[in-house]
Structures are given as C-alpha cells and as structure tokens.
Design a protein around this ligand. Structure first.
Ligand code: SF4
Length: 640
C-alpha cells in the first residue's frame, strides 16, 4: 500500500443491505491515480451500455484523490461519477467542502453505491462502522434541513452529502449538495441517488493520511501556500475577494455572457450585478471550504434590504450570475442570491434550470408557446416571482415543472414547433457561457465527454489572453488569442488532460487554474508540476511523462465509455445558435462555430492520435496506454 491513498473502497449494495470494504488495487493507483480516474475505471467495468441510468444496477461512485486531506493546500474535492440520466452518457461532477477529507479520514478513497433500497435510507459512515439507516424523517426535507437534522443527530462535525426534493422526485438534473453549500452539480448525480432511495451520506473519519516523505511534502506545501497567499499575489487576492464572480465583468468585455437565452452576449445592466456590488453590499466575511486552502474564496453573504432582507448564504459562482441572472434577463442581485439558496435547497443544477427557463422565456417571447402549453405559468424576461415559482414546480415535477424536469433539450423536443433551435448544447447538455466567438472554448464544449462544459477541456489562457503562458506550454503565443483558430486543438488536448489530473488527484479546480494562470509563466503551476507533489505524497516516483500518461489514459477511457454507447465524431459538435447564428457582440462578433469547428476538431484528433474519421481512439492508442482490455471490448462490440 502506498501513501496518500487510504487504500480502501467502500461498497454499499442497497438492494441487499450489504456493506463491504475492498482493498484499492495498487495497479489502479498507478494507472488512474484516484478521484475521477479510478471512478472512471469502476464505471467502465461495472456499468456496461445495457445498464440504464436509473436502473438499480447503475453505480453512483464517489472518489477522493491521493492529495485530498493531505498537507497540500489544494486537496479538497469529491468526484462523483455515474451514467447520466440527463444525457444517457458518461456523467460526472465535482464538489468541494470537507466531505472528501472526512471520507479519506474514515479510511476510504472511493465509495460505490449500487442497488436500490426498498424505502428511503441514509448512510452513516464513521471509520469502519457503516450503517444503512432509515431516512423516513429526512425524506421531503430540503438539503439545508437534511444537513441540519443529521448534524443534530450525529454531531456537528460530521460531513453530509444530501439530495433535496429534486433528487427524490428524480429531476434529471438534480445535484448532490455537500454540507449545504457545495454542489456536485452536473449530469444528474442527485437523480441517480434519489432513484436508489438514498437521501444522504453522513461521514466522520478519525484517522489521518500517511505521506510517503513528509519532510519533503512540507516545503512543497509551504511553497504552494506562499503562492496562494493573498498578501503575496494580486491575482490570488482578487480571486479570494470576488471568487468566480470576477468572470461576470471579464466575460462582458469579451462578449461571452449569455443574455436572454443567448440572444446577446453583452449584458447592458452589468453594473447592477457587478462583482464590486456583491462584495460591497452583500459579503460578510470570507471563509475556506476545505481544511488546508488559504484562499478563502467562499464568501458568507447576507441580503441587507428588500424582499429577501436578512437571507444568508455562502458563495456565489459566476455560473449562477449568468444562468439565473443575465440568461433570464434578471439584474436584481439579491434575487439571484435568493435563487442560489433555493436551488441548493431543492438540490438542482443551476445551469440546466436556467437554460430550461430561458428556453421557455424565448419561446414565450416569440409566441411559440402560450399559457396553454405551460399549465398557466407565464414566462416573461426578468420575472423573478415567476422564476421562483418555476424552480419549485420543477423540483416537485408539477405543472410546467413536469415538462422541464427532464432537461432543456427534452423539453424542447416535447414542445416541438422547432423549439430545439433555441437550445444551445452538446451531447444533450447545456451551458450558459456563449462560446461561438471563441474557437478554443467552442472546441472544449464540443469534445467534452459529459456534454457542453467549461470545466473539461478549456483553460483560461485565451480568456485571459496569456500569450506568455501559451508560449511556455505550446511554444507559440497563439493560444492566448481568444478568437483565433490556430493551435486550439493542441490546447484542448492539454487542458483536457490537465483537468483530468486536477479531478483525479482531488485538488480544487479553482485553485489549480489560478495557480496556472495568475502568475508569471516561470512561477505558474502546470500539469507537469504535479509529478513531484504526487511523488513525495504517495511514494510512487512519478515523472512529468507518467502524469501526462495517466491523464491521457483517463481521458481516453471516458471517450471509450461513450464510444461503447455509440458516440463518435458526429457527437463532438455544438447545436443551436452557437453553431449557426453569428455572435451578436463582443470580440467574437460575427463568428459562429460552423465556420471553424471542423478545422479545430481535425487538429484535436491529430494531436490525440485518434482516427480522424470516427473521432475515436485507435486500437494502438488504447494499447499504448495499457488499456488493452478496453480495446478488446470495443473491437468485440464492433466499435473500433
Ligand atoms: S479555492 Fe475556494 S473553492 Fe477552492 S478549496 Fe479554496 S476556498 Fe474552497
């Protein structure tokens, strides 16, 4: 057993009511690291295409990486992997908070949930004592209430992952909330949890994580802490102050906010939701969401006046400012904060909720739908009362909520009348940032294994116009140009792999991307820099090449998973106005993805060494990565 990992997988079969602990194979550690990587390997082996997302046989897999819960001031995340009920394909999501550390301290790197309980239950893990308990008293509670109840019953120090009413009612984009405010938001993991009648997972660990060479870990950890010190770096200080809300104004300058369901990309009322307004009028104090992170970007906020006066919450991400704000024509910052609390409590992904409501607002605006289609609900831009009502209807699957609870694309297809024309998505998943004027970003959405997504294959180099970082990583400055096509395939490959390393080691993406972009090139922390960190923590001697190979293996395994489900190059694309309607404003004005996406894809597949016709890994590529059994299965199924 190496250090860094706890060395165990906890498996809970809810049908059988059985709990087992299995040793984490060392070969998995070296091949897939942990977190998302090992989760992917379990998903590949245990969830074949014949298993439907809401079948009891689907797996809900939680994974924390080898850096989680260590001295390294980045390790704080839990990765959740499943076959997505929203898209039907590979699904995963990542959440912050203390839950990952608690699971590791309880002695587990991964938790596999399978089967379905015959009544609502919750899981209580305290070291090697694991029990499946009755959750009748929790069922129907929102996530904040559930966390409160379990902390009252089990102790204030327990960490809780919970679903809300949306997960119970199997809204296809239900999320899992960690300790009230941290969401594993994407691809409907909360829906899978609800389908298994599992309301919550409470965990408390009393062990610690051993590190292979603690004397060498300390100076590395100190150096990272120094770089993350808000007194030493203006970039980090700014991130600590604003969190990701700083993107609201940056994206308005670039012209990639979505306004009124992508009808514009620059928000005219930006001052109303300006990050400074959030900080000056709402933020009470900053806190950290994990044990060792010195950044403290998780703000506690309080609404000072108006209809939501006195309401409090924690943190707000850019994605809420767009999906529940600009995308819906809302410029009332207090209302956006209120929506965030509401979504957290109901346990629903903000992006999918926002794009579903945005679709209805545009269809309403164009007279394509009327109250006869919506069970009486009106959809007017900026109508905060109507938005709140619709969120609650979706969570309960009532009225128009029944239509929207299966996701934006499904709603459009059910409505008909060419409504899908107003849905921007890839592989059935929507995103709010408007990418059509930014080829690197559009490519990242198109190739993302879980559908359109800003956290899978796209860094910040072009958004922040870091020609110097581009020069260091790729030998050319061009990636720093947001609107150019050149080298975006190369950049997409790199970022897809870098983000796989972030998610498989268990570090915080926000922190990791800040370290990679907010410094001079010689001080920035990139994928190769994880090799010495992993070596001293785990004791495995990892070179930069080893780390890159792990990342490539993880990415190719996810692609193989989707290939086994029938996906190929035809699915690496974008839909809706991202594809064929010129970008209306900003730096990318006039651009649309159909003019450049094929060129970007050709470069990307060439960089990956994939078959350019199918867009899939070749047999040789999989064998070179040690994925021989994966290659054999794809061959036996006639996929490659
Ligand atoms: S950077 Fe922010 S989100 Fe990430 S671990 Fe630190 S406090 Fe949490």
């Amino acid at each position: 057993m190496t250090s860094g990992w706890a060395g165990n997988i906890l498996r809970v079969d809810l049908t059988e009511g059985k709990v087992t602990s299995e040793p984490l194979p060392e070969s998995w550690q070296t091949q897939f690291l942990g977190g998302s990587g090992i989760n992917d390997w379990i998903l590949w082996n245990e969830v074949p295409p014949e298993v439907e997302p809401l079948s009891p046989e689907n797996r809900l897999i939680f994974g924390v990486g080898p850096l989680a819960g260590t001295l390294i001031p980045l390790g704080s995340r839990t990765h959740v992997t499943t076959r997505s009920p929203l898209t039907g394909i590979f699904g995963d999501s990542n959440g912050g908070g203390f839950w990952s550390t608690m699971l590791k301290y309880a002695g587990y790197d991964h938790l596999i949930i399978q089967g379905k309980a015959d009544k609502p239950v919750y899981l209580w893990i305290t070291d090697d004592q694991v029990s499946i308990r009755d959750a009748a008293h929790l069922w129907g509670q929102d996530t904040y209430q559930t966390v409160g109840t379990l902390k009252e019953e089990l102790g204030e120090e327990v960490a809780v992952a919970a679903i809300g009413p949306a997960g119970e009612n199997q809204v296809l984009f239900a999320n899992i909330m960690f300790d009230r405010y941290r969401a594993a938001a994407k691809t409907g993991a909360g829906c899978v949890m609800g389908s298994k009648n599992l309301k919550a997972i409470a965990v408390q660990g009393t062990n610690s994580v051993t590190m292979a060479r603690p004397q060498e870990v300390r100076p590395l950890a100190e150096e990272l802490r120094r770089r993350l010190d808000i007194n030493q770096s203006r970039g980090i200080a700014s991130f600590a102050k604003y969190g990701t809300t700083f993107l609201t104004t940056l994206y308005n300058e670039l012209g990639c906010n979505s306004v009124n369901n992508y009808q514009d990309t620059v928000f005219q009322r930006i001052e109303d939701i300006h990050p400074d307004k959030f900080v000056d009028e709402f933020v009470q104090h900053n806190i950290s969401c994990s044990v060792n992170c010195p950044v403290h970007c998780a703000h506690h906020w309080k609404i000072p006046q108006g209809p939501y006066k006195g309401e409090m919450g924690s943190k707000i991400e850019y994605i809420i400012m767009d999906s529940m704000g600009m995308h819906l024509g809302v410029s009332d910052l207090a209302a956006i904060l209120h929506f965030q609390n509401l979504l957290n409590k109901q346990g629903m992904d903000a992006t999918q909720t926002g794009t579903s409501i945005g679709l209805m607002m545009e269809l309403w605006q164009r007279g394509i739908i009327t109250a006869a289609d919506t069970a009486g609900t009106k959809f007017e831009w900026g109508d905060v009362t109507g938005i709140e009502e619709t969120i609650n209807l979706i969570a309960r699957r009532e009225g128009v909520g029944q239509l929207l609870a299966d996701g934006t694309l499904a709603a459009a297809l059910k409505i008909g009348r060419k409504a899908e024309k107003y849905v921007c998505h890839s592989k059935g998943m929507t995103e709010v940032e408007d990418v059509r004027g930014f080829p690197g970003w559009a490519l990242g959405y198109a190739i993302s294994n879980r559908g359109a997504d800003h956290l899978k294959a796209h860094g910040q180099i072009d958004k922040q116009q870091r020609h110097d970082v581009s020069e260091k990583l790729f030998g050319v400055p061009d990636v720093g140009n947001p609107t150019s096509v050149a080298y975006k395939g190369k950049s997409a490959k790199y970022h897809e792999e870098f983000e796989a390393i972030i998610n498989s080691t268990g570090v915080c993406m926000m922190n990791a991307l800040s370290l990679s972009i907010k410094f001079k090139p010689e001080e920035a922390v990139h994928m190769a820099d994880y090799a010495p960190i992993l070596s001293v923590v785990t004791g495995l001697e990892m070179s930069a090449e080893d780390v890159q190979q792990c990342a490539e293996r993880i990415v190719c395994l996810e692609k193989a998973y989707n290939a086994r489900l029938g996906l190929s190059r035809k699915d690496d694309t974008l839909h809706g106005r991202w594809m064929n309607e010129p970008c209306p404003s900003g730096m990318g004005k006039g651009m649309k993805a159909e003019d450049y996406l094929e060129q970007c894809l050709n470069e990307y597949y060439a960089e990956r060494g994939f078959d350019p016709t199918t867009g899939l890994p070749t047999i040789k590529k999989l064998q070179d990565l040690g994925l021989d059994t994966v290659a054999q299965e794809l061959v036996s199924r006639g996929v490659i």
